[in-house]
Ligand binder design. Sequence first.
Ligand code: KG4
Ligand code: ZN
Length: 358
Amino acid sequence: MTRILGVETSCDETAAAVVEDGRRILSNVVASQIDLHRQYGGVFPEMASRQHILSIMPVIQQAMAEAELDWDDLDAIAVTYGPGLPGSLLVGVNTAKGLAYGRGLPLVGINHIEGHIYANWLIVGDSPQEIVFPSLALVVSGGHTELILMTDHGQYRRLGHTLDDAAGEAFDKVGRLLGLGFPGGPAIERAAQEGNPFAFKLPRAWLKGTYDFSFSGLKTAVLRIVQKYEDKVSSSADSTKNRRIAVSQPPSVIRRLPVADLAASFQASVIDVLVEKTAMAAEEHQARLIMLAGGVAANRLLRQQMAERSTLPVLYPPPALCTDNAAMIAGAGYFRYRVGHRSGWDLDIVSNLKLAEG
Ligand code: KG4
Ligand code: ZN
């Protein structure tokens, strides 16, 4: 039995978890900073790292207590060393290094994107999912949109990625435009339930002949529609022309905006492209399985449409394991640890770390 403590601080969640043999979660603690960042309409990096410093040790202690383990019962510590916000990553990496050194445990540095993929291995309920290779992972989060062909443990080939905004970033920006607050993903999904996905004809960037994605045109199309409503509401030209995308809409605009229809149309546009490209890549590369990963994989419509579109089995973690957590880092850590992967005490953060290039 191999037990690994995972530590994750790449963005705005301070997380620690203990996982056995890469699949069985013994504890999984996430201290979310969402309430802290909401007032800024997005993650404020400096605040995030300061909050990580305050939360990291209590979170790790709680993860150890909930797992009912002693430090001697652990085999290794796995930690996210990239990609992510530098100040945030530093807190996790240095804490993990200090603990591993002090307790005489091996240290395993993990790529955050790899962690998201390995969330699919974590056992939830009674029947563990069996994962076969090659499998195709669609990693969609606030920072990433990548299609990754996985031919074995630790073997990745990137088939495509976003050329501009990540899918989650688009959800967050459009959420702000529609006055739905932060994070936009869950809020748009909720609002879209009451809306008509065909109400607005929004663009879909197919980027034919590639498995790449682009969401900035879609975001701009929503902005234009919002501005049209704004023009109707406001007689002052200044307030309409110079609006910055990051600013939430004033209540007078929001009252008139068909928020539910816009949310549903936007969501459908993002998901159509994600699903179609993933299904096509899976066919071309003869994948035996599709895995969804990352915060946007919590989206029910994405899960549903992916399962309907593909004849392959489609796996996805439960929502709490789609968004950032440390169980996925401990899980990925196990599969690296068991083949002898160890990081040195000079392990440093790599904020733009890649999993694999095309
Ligand atoms: O994986 P994650 O927690 O952090 C990153 O590594 O970025 O993903 C967070 C992202 C946010 O952009 C959030 O809006 C999005 O995932 N998200 C969703 C949903 N839940 C979270 N997007 C669409 N639908 C959801 N239900
Ligand atoms: Zn993430």
